[in-house]
Ligand binder design. Structure first.
Ligand SMILES: [Zn+2]
Ligand SMILES: [Zn+2]
Length: 231
């Protein structure tokens, strides 16, 4: 028995973190294929093709284009939670593969100079030890061959978690909680990255802050999009 186990360990050193099956990936292809998509605008529910916002909502959110891998449930929710709360940072390579396949299959191109992850307040960062948005940003950056900049945008207020709040409260909660910290050579075109988008209040406030300082074109990229009730 132990011989078989050793052999299996040798052949398949990894087990999928989601389905626990022996595999060569921590997020196996079988699980990846179970990611669910949605064709409705994240904000108003209007039908959209590939992006997650309709054109009207994009304007309201200061964003040129917005994409997400899939719905925040099932396998994708498990993966995000493992990354965020269980520190399974070894998911990053699988995420890179998943993100690059998605972008290639859908022929998505970004006309961007740099990638900016949605920042955490320093206390939260200290507590968690890492920023999950940075991990997603780095996975995207590796594929696009773009630099990830964490020195541009900072969170200056310790706000209560968004997931405990109603839609209207979320907008107020993050208002003026971000700051651009560099004065010169701000990139003109950036991709803002977060792990999950729900009402989009956080990304909107980040984008508004960057626009105010002169960033011209902003894309949103999130790993998952969460379904929320409109109240
Ligand atoms: Zn699996
Ligand atoms: Zn919309």
């Amino acid at each position: 028995m132990s011989f078989i186990k050793t052999l299996l360990d040798f052949l398949f050193p990894q087990a999928c973190l989601i389905c626990k099956k022996r595999n060569n990936s921590v997020f196996c292809l079988d699980c990846q294929s179970k990611i669910k998509k949605n064709n409705l605008c994240q904000i108003c529910g209007k039908f959209v093709l590939l992006e997650i916002f309709c054109s009207k909502c994009k304007k309201n959110f200061f964003c040129a284009k917005a994409y997400s891998l899939g719905i925040y449930e099932g396998v994708l929710k498990k993966a995000v939670c493992l990354l965020k709360y269980k520190k399974k940072i070894n998911l990053a390579d699988s995420l890179k593969e998943l993100i690059s396949n998605y972008l290639k299959e859908n022929k998505i191109n970004f006309n961007a100079e740099t990638i900016i992850p949605v920042p955490l307040f320093y206390k939260k960062m200290k507590q968690r030890g890492f920023n999950q948005a940075s991990i997603v940003a780095k996975a995207l950056g590796k594929f696009l061959n773009l630099e990830v900049r964490e020195d541009i945008l900072h969170k200056i207020k310790d706000t209560p978690p968004q997931n405990k709040l109603k839609r209207k409260e979320r907008l107020n909660n993050v208002k003026l909680s971000f700051k651009v910290n560099i004065l010169n050579n701000l990139p003109g075109k950036v991709i803002l990255v977060d792990d999950v988008i729900t009402t989009g209040a956080t990304l909107r406030e980040c984008a508004r802050t960057l626009k105010e300082k002169g960033v011209d074109r902003i894309y949103f990229y999130t790993l998952a999009r969460s379904v929320y009730s409109r109240n």
